[in-house]
Design a binder for this molecule. Structure first.
Ligand code: GBH
Length: 512
């Protein structure tokens, strides 16, 4: 037994780590089931650059990164980023080197509609996406398109952004244009990437644009508008486009796994799940629809006790509940890590009142023994991924699942054994869940290449390819993990012992 196996065996003895046993009892070589497709992902602001070229207007990320004093690590910006606006051919060549089935990227609203509204279509911006899509299709790589990955037009933010119910119109006007322009070739659509991060991190805390800290209020207004905007886009696609275009459409939620610290914290862990992602998943994927009961009741009771005249969480009307219910063809999951939850019984914490975390009434931590990525929040906990997929299967009647993001950050450097280990363990945990009946159909590695990691700038690297930001050409070089990912896709096997020779070039295989 290797040292890590012995450690895992000991951990298996205690009930709370029971789930850990599943993923460590791994086969040497494991088959990937037929039909599961593999790809990589990026997002517009994180890779495109060309922030003010060819008619593109200002987004909330342009505004934040140009703010003085700079709120981003090292004062990094996405002004140039990976220069993908000019280098899409190189990006597609990398997809061919990896042999991916698809590539998930996002559209920049301000590149397509300079005014934010559909009164003027910016032809040059449209041309960029046409070029990228056509180049991918030439090599049989499916485009998967995220309509919104955080780069809201600044003008719409000036009018309240996701807290203004008019955003439902602004968003559906924009998404209609996108379906009209690209829907003949795009067969996979994602409406919104990670509503939790948009609402909580953007409006409830100052950890993503627009850097507001209106916690327990602004974040909840955002939640409702996002759900309705998403659902209206979904129904528009179904009604006006799907028959002729034949695609599939859904949402990508950020889903952290919350594990109870002990048996007595089971309820606190479940409530954390409901507040953190059930607030989006329950309205869309449950049979009853609407916000989770515990979230509605807790926020309503606290709001009244705090002197508000109504709940800080907006209500969904019966019509809105029906509109949102079932509005996703699949459950899109961005998953990275796990947290341990315990009840905050004394409630004497440092959370402001009111706030989202005060409403949750639980605290989290991560185990110090868990291996960590370059991002401090990202710990390697593959059994959490297994538990999460199992929970989604049982709680929401086994929906089709698309893993829309999963990945690991390092510092610079081409030998990234930490990333290789992460991908192997997480794919292995996913295969365990599939063996037990989870209907996972898509797996997406975040990311194809290093990119602008939001507030962390370029200090945390998620790429299978390294990007050299000192080089005006933004040269991309495959990391060791790129060779390993390629081999998994080529052989359709997970082999924990495969060691690539990274002195050889990573070649484009025939058929790609
Ligand atoms: C995704 O967000 C994004 O979609 C993508 O753009 C990004 O580059 C990628 O992941 C890597 O970060 O609770 O304070 O400990 C990930 C969202 C961010 C959710 C960190 C969990 C934990 C912060 N995750 N967050 S905290």
């Amino acid at each position: 037994m290797k040292r890590v196996d012995i450690l895992s065996y000991v951990l298996c003895m205690s009930w709370m780590f029971f789930a850990e046993c599943k993923s460590v009892n791994r086969h040497e070589i494991r088959k990937i089931p037929d039909g599961l497709i593999f790809g990589t992902a990026t997002a517009s602001y994180q890779v495109e650059g060309a922030w003010n070229e060819d008619g593109k207007s200002e987004s909330i990320w342009d505004r934040v990164t140009h703010t003085k004093p700079c709120p981003i690590q090292n004062c990094d910006t996405g002004d140039i980023a990976n220069d993908s606006y000019h280098q899409y051919k190189r990006d597609v060549a990398m997809m061919r080197e990896l042999g991916v089935d698809f590539y998930r990227f996002s559209l920049s609203w301000t590149r397509i509609l300079s005014t934010g509204f559909p009164d003027k279509i910016n032809e040059k911006g449209v041309q960029y996406y046409n070029n990228l899509i056509d180049e991918m299709l030439k090599y049989n790589i499916q485009p998967m398109v995220t309509l919104f990955h955080w780069d809201l037009p600044q003008k719409l933010q000036d009018m309240g952004g996701w807290t203004n119910p008019y955003i439902i119109e602004w968003f559906t006007d924009y998404t209609q244009v996108a379906f009209e322009l690209f829907g003949d070739r795009v067969k996979y659509w994602f409406t919104i990437n990670e509503p939790r991060e948009i609402c909580y991190q953007g409006y409830g805390s100052a950890s993503l644009a627009p850097l507001l800290s209106i916690s327990g209020y602004g974040d909840y207004k955002c939640v409702k508008n996002i759900l309705v905007a998403h659902a209206k886009t979904y129904h528009m696609y179904k009604k006006e486009f799907q028959q002729t275009q034949g695609g599939t459409i859904g949402i990508a939620l950020s889903v952290t796994w919350f594990e109870p610290e002990s048996e007595k914290d089971a309820e606190a862990a479940e409530e954390s799940r409901q507040f953190q992602w059930g607030i989006y998943a329950n309205p869309i994927f449950s049979k009853t629809g609407d916000f989770p009961k515990v979230v509605k009741e807790t926020v309503a009771a606290k709001s009244l006790a705090q002197g508000f005249s109504r709940s800080r969480l907006p209500e969904l009307s019966p019509e809105e509940i029906e509109l949102i219910k079932g509005s996703s063809d699949f459950f899109g999951i961005n998953h990275y890590t796990t947290k341990i939850v315990y009840r905050n019984s004394s409630f004497d914490n440092n959370f402001p009142v009111p706030s989202y975390y005060d409403d949750i009434g639980a605290l989290t931590h991560q185990n110090e023994t868990w291996e960590t990525a370059a991002s401090s929040w990202l710990k390697v906990v593959p059994w959490g991924f297994y538990n999460l997929l199992t929970k989604i299967r049982t709680a929401y009647d086994n929906p089709p699942v698309y893993i829309t993001e999963n990945g690991f950050s390092t510092k610079e450097g081409l030998v990234d054994d930490g990333r290789i280990n992460y991908y192997r363990l997480y794919i292995n945990a996913m295969l365990d869940a599939i063996d037990e009946g989870s209907d996972v159909r898509v797996y997406t590695a975040w990311s194809l290449m290093d990119n602008f990691e939001w507030m962390a700038g370029y200090s945390e690297r998620f790429g299978l390819y390294e990007v050299n930001y000192n080089d005006p050409k933004r040269t991309r070089t495959p990391r060791k993990s790129a060779y390993v990912y390629k081999e998994i896709l080529r052989t359709r096997e997970l082999d924990f012992h495969y060691e690539p020779d990274i002195s050889l070039p990573i070649a484009i295989d025939e058929g790609h």
